[in-house]
Design a protein. Structure first.
Length: 278
């Protein structure tokens, strides 16, 4: 018997990276999946985003585990599209128990130089998109009458500051306030709400020239080798590692979704290799 056997999980940003990892890990433990991803590029994001082919690969990997999955291309900034995708998934799979509000983007620049569009894209995706996800899911969780678990992806940047990321830090701090408010509002329905706070994660969101330039501005492009960048990223963590794996975050999501965490709500859970104390 899997730890979330027979349940249905809604995962946003599921085409690749942490979202794909969450979908697969929950499926390994018995959940069926409703997956969404924008599957297109946002102009202000300085690295390639997920594609329809990436989302199809998530579907393939979940189905290889003999679990059902309903996958839809939808932008979490568009509440109507997101709600329609979730409603269709619940209609097909019959219920909703778990929400992993994971979709997020990143970009960089000093606060006083950020273009208006760049600020809006990050805040609308990383904060408003999380609220949209919760707003679409709450009626289904309540209708089930079984309680449920909602896990909001924040960041170490939701609990501390980083320079050149004011929009990202503000949005991820906002997720914490949203989580705590939802935890109070949904407690009477036995719906638990928590947030996870990763350090750097070994995904395309950090492995790209724009992120490398942010964390190694003193190095030339030629000097930004994997070896030098590994050492640079490791300086941010207390544990002697440069980054965690997506699976490490997925295991935290799984724990918070499972009955092992049945009385845990309103918690900010770092998976950060000690970056918050470094």
């Amino acid at each position: 018997m899997g730890r979330v056997e027979g349940r249905v999980a809604f995962v946003t940003g599921a085409a690749r990276g942490q979202g794909r990892s969450h979908a697969i890990r929950l499926a390994q433990e018995g959940a069926d999946i409703i997956a969404v991803d924008i599957c297109s590029q946002i102009d202000s994001v300085p690295f390639p985003m997920g594609t329809p082919e990436d989302l199809a690969e998530t579907v393939r990997q979940v189905e290889a585990l003999d679990r059902r999955i309903v996958a839809t291309q939808a932008d979490t900034r568009d509440f109507g599209a997101l709600q329609a995708a979730l409603d269709a998934g619940v209609a097909e799979l019959g219920r909703l128990d778990i929400v992993a509000a994971n979709a997020g983007i990143g970009s960089f620049g000093p606060a006083d130089e950020l273009p208006e569009e760049t600020w809006r894209d990050v805040v609308d995706t990383n904060l408003t998109g999380v609220w949209h996800t919760a707003k679409a899911a709450i009626p289904h969780l309540r209708a089930g009458g079984r309680g449920g678990s909602m896990i909001l992806t924040s960041s170490a940047a939701g609990l501390m500051a980083y320079p050149n990321m004011a929009h990202y830090v503000a949005a991820k701090h906002g997720v914490v306030g949203l989580m705590r408010t939802l935890a109070l509002e949904l407690a009477p329905d036995m719906i638990r709400v928590n947030s996870v706070h990763p350090t750097s994660v070994n995904t395309p969101m950090i492995h790209n020239p724009a992120t490398y330039a942010l964390f190694a501005p003193d190095l030339s492009e030629e000097e930004r080798t994997l070896e030098t960048l590994t050492a640079r990223f490791a300086t941010m963590n207390a544990l002697p590692i440069p980054w965690v794996e997506a699976l490490d975050i997925s295991n935290a999501v799984l724990f918070l979704a499972s009955d092992e965490a049945r009385y845990i709500t309103g918690v900010t859970l770092p998976v950060d290799a000690g970056t918050l104390i470094a």
